[in-house]
Design a protein around this ligand. Sequence first.
Ligand SMILES: [Zn+2]
Length: 377
Amino acid sequence: MPRTTWSWPVLHDAQRDVLLEVLVHGPLSRAELTRRTGMSRASLSRLSRDLVEHGVVTEGEAELRPGRGRPSETLHVRPDAARFAGIKLTGDVLYAAVVDLSARVVDTVEHPLPSREVDDVVELIGAVIDGLREAHDRIAAVGVCLAGDVVGADGRRRIVGSHFLGWENIPLADLVSARTGLPTEIGNDVQSLTAAHHWFGAGRGATSLALIGIGAGIGAGIVVGDAMIRGAHGHPGKVGHMRVSDTGPQCDRGHTGCVSSYVTIPAVRQRAGDAPFEQVIARARTGEETASLAVRDAVRALGVVIGNLVCIADVQKVIVTGEGLPLAQFDDALLAAAVADALDPAAEAPPIELHPFRFADYAWAAAVSAIRLVLST
Ligand SMILES: [Zn+2]
């Protein structure tokens, strides 16, 4: 049964703004917070006290820095103040992670998906959350992410068309929330991963970035002006079917030479004779012709995707991650040349970070989306 003994404190906008600054950029001194938020020192003192009373931050002395005068009191997040559960659904497996308020993973669980029926999946999510609440008594919210289109409608977030689960128009946030009694956020997996990296991972400190996730498919998330681009229909960053070549292979939608026909794990495997992915990469490294062509074409197409994203959004940084990362790691010079070739001459190639990936990263990202949920409502 859902528990009602503890819940995330109700914070008003200014309190959330200060907490968010400390969460993402902290620990911060009151002087730095005054500068960052534009609030007066008196307001900040009051808000700091409120947040300390709510148990989500502590106040401490900053280290005395020579020549900087008196140390200013600093605000620190209390990581143990709350826990957040994240779930990544694939067609076969549920991955769960629990994070603390600083987005550090403190627990992970995996469970096979016995059925893709919505009711069964919601019940499994509920049972997994029940189990996690036995071990963690302050779970404040739940995040779920999956490869699919997630859009808002009438103020509610719905799933529209998850190819891997065979779902259409499912109000999953409401269903999970009803089962668990917890606020629930739903997100596309690559969008969630982008948002999580922006606040707590490889994109920390950047006000604009693009993240490209390569796996069974390819997708991108874009941050501009410190905010995720949400798009008019909830699914920006759909780079998979952009045209790369007029004469290339066909994707599963019948396009000739689109990004998906080159830069997904299934596409690379198929072009290299259906061998396991690791084997294709190894064969390409030895220079074997078929595998080499499949992998090098994938690198070139990835370069087009990166270059196009940079042309459109002029981001500070590009992060490439996902199970298909070995494609991006295959040949740095080839990737850099392909990016440069796709850029406007006036555009500048930003740093490209090839970020190591574990499948639990998506569950982590879903848990971070639960943190974002309580800080945005
Ligand atoms: Zn296509």
